[in-house]
Design a protein around this ligand. Structure first.
Ligand SMILES: Nc1nc2c(ncn2[C@@H]2O[C@H](COP(=O)(O)OP(=O)(O)OP(=O)(O)O)[C@@H](O)[C@H]2O)c(=O)[nH]1
Ligand SMILES: [Mg+2]
Length: 218
């Protein structure tokens, strides 16, 4: 597992860089997924579960983006998932140029899916296209079902909303239906999943969604 230091990209428009990256990944038939959420919503835990469940169905690798520490990439390596830790020089998001450099270091061209675990927050990552085919956001049940009202851009920019930690639903007054309706107002096409990476509940539907998206690139 390696760690790379990334600085802000300075050349060209982010939109053009993102589009070019997406096209390259499509040419290689690699599904590239950008995972976004507040800190601690369960991105790494979900990736660990996906990696186990998708064994034999899809080969994955991971870019872990954080402002500091190598903990998440080491957790992926511990279960045999190729990963790279990207430090964002204090920035709260990844852009397409930073993502391209991380992908080059990852050398994941033989993979079926590559996941970018973006920096944990619900604000800046929504503003930057990373070149991913899919933007998937996580919201854990302890965060509250009002979050679509407070962070509308994140919900509007995401192809899928994954409500996480459903095993803890009984401890929080989180209304899955209400949250889903609020998200759908902002983004009528959003795909919604409710999962527990701890118990595996709901993971099958999310995995089928990812496998279908990957197949569409073949
Ligand atoms: N009960 C329960 N706990 C979970 C679940 N998923 C994650 N957690 C716990 O939530 C905490 C944060 O999980 P992480 O996977 O590290 O979250 P993250 O989004 O990767 O965090 P950052 O990388 O710091 O933004 C850990 O203590 C996990 O064990 C779940 O499905 N159920
Ligand atoms: Mg993490």
């Amino acid at each position: 597992m390696r760690t790379i230091e990334l600085k802000k990209s300075i050349t060209g428009s982010n939109e053009e860089a993102a589009e070019a990256l997406r096209e390259e990944m499509s040419q290689k038939s690699i599904l590239f997924v950008n995972l976004m959420s507040a800190a601690g919503a369960g991105k790494t835990t979900l990736l660990l579960r996906l990696a186990e469940d998708l064994k034999g169905k899809a080969d994955i690798s991971v870019i872990e983006a954080d402002i500091a520490s190598d903990i998440d990439a080491l957790r992926m390596e511990e279960i045999g998932v190729k990963s790279i830790q990207a430090h964002t020089d204090g920035m709260c998001h990844m852009d397409a140029g930073m993502t391209r450099r991380a992908l080059a270091e990852l050398k994941g061209d033989d993979k079926d899916m590559i996941f970018l675990e973006n920096v944990g927050n619900l604000i800046c990552p929504a503003e930057f296209d990373t070149g991913a085919h899919l933007n998937i956001m996580l919201l854990d049940v302890s965060e509250g079902d009002d979050k679509p009202l407070k962070y509308p851009l994140m919900f509007a920019e995401s192809d899928a909303l994954v409500i996480t930690k459903t095993d803890a639903l009984s401890y929080f007054s989180f209304d899955v239906k209400e949250c889903s309706e609020r998200a759908a107002v902002l983004n009528p096409g959003i795909n919604i999943f409710a999962v527990s990476a701890k118990t595996g509940e709901g993971m099958g539907k999310l995995e089928d969604y990812l496998l279908k998206k990957r197949r569409s690139l073949l």
